[in-house]
Design a protein around this ligand. Structure first.
Ligand code: ATP
Length: 264
């Protein structure tokens, strides 16, 4: 049985930057994102909520995120930003950089798929769902983001089968999940502080170094319809995907479009 998650052990394993964040662990909840969004008005500083079991994990556009107790990390981080809402568009990409760079410290070769997935060997290892809210109350007015992350560690076959498409995990990573969670909290905190100060421009080169599909033919889909096809170049300073198409270079905003690799 994997080590149980504990708020004390996560806090004790993190560095000073991560220790600024209040850590909470619950045995079970529907969605850590939904829980933190419901509490935003009463938060005074950043909170990390980790669930041992998440029964109604969410992806983008109402899609489901699956996990199993002891087999994954499912958590959300509520963070207050001083930049305006429109300046948060590159945030999911910066969060991907934080996750992939942290995993590389444990010899996991994770790559990024635009806009919001972390891949290993071409399949999804982690999903990122960011929900934002403008909180208006006298004490802590401001823009908050709830950053939800599901990271597969060693998913049982039954869960993988339910997802219905190949997934990635990292069963060889024999480490206490509390220590991994603390490292992710440190990595995310560093990235979020830098993002708030300097925006996505500070991360574009780091994202491009981790790009899973650099130079490869891809299609951009909107609810199943192909919007663009071309060679994926990388992202620009605002997190738009640059695509080399037959009619020239286009820059694509994230919105709710999806990227698929085009088999040559
Ligand atoms: P797209 O591939 O179209 O970009 P998406 O990346 O936006 O989709 P998300 O909303 O990020 O999708 O994640 C939800 C999707 O991830 C689900 O529809 C399912 O296919 C897949 N999924 C759910 N749970 C897991 C998991 N534990 N590991 C890997 N993939 C999962």
């Amino acid at each position: 049985m994997a080590d149980l998650l504990s708020a004390q052990r996560i806090a004790a394993s993190s560095h000073p930057i991560g220790q600024q964040v209040a850590v909470e662990v619950v045995a079970e909840t529907g969605s850590t994102n939904a829980d933190l969004l419901a509490r935003l008005e009463s938060l005074t500083s950043a909170v990390l909520l980790v669930a041992e079991t998440q029964t109604a994990g969410r992806g983008r556009a109402g899609r489901a995120w699956h996990s199993a107790p002891g087999a994954a990390l499912t958590f959300s981080l509520a963070w207050k930003f001083s930049r305006p809402l429109k300046a948060l568009t590159g945030l999911p990409l910066a969060v991907g950089v934080a996750i992939a760079e942290t995993l590389s410290r444990f010899d996991v070769d994770a790559r990024l798929k635009w806009p919001n997935d972390v891949l290993r060997n071409g399949n999804k290892l982690a999903g990122i769902l960011i929900e934002t809210a403008s909180v208006k109350n006298a004490a802590h007015d401001g823009i908050w983001a709830v950053i939800g992350i599901g990271l597969n560690i060693a998913l049982p076959d039954s869960i993988a089968a339910r997802i219905g498409r190949p997934i990635a995990d990292m069963p060889a990573l024999q480490m206490d999940r509390n220590v991994l969670m603390a490292a992710l909290l440190d990595g995310l905190s560093e990235v979020l502080v830098q993002f708030d100060a300097a925006g996505f421009g500070a991360f574009a080169a780091r994202w491009n170094r981790l790009h899973a599909y650099a130079g490869q033919p891809v299609a951009i889909l909107d609810r199943g319809h192909v919007l663009h096809e071309g060679k994926a170049i990388g992202v620009d300073d605002s997190g738009r995907l640059l695509l080399e198409t037959v009619s020239g270079r286009v820059a694509i905003m994230a919105g709710d479009v999806s990227l698929r690799v085009v088999e040559g």
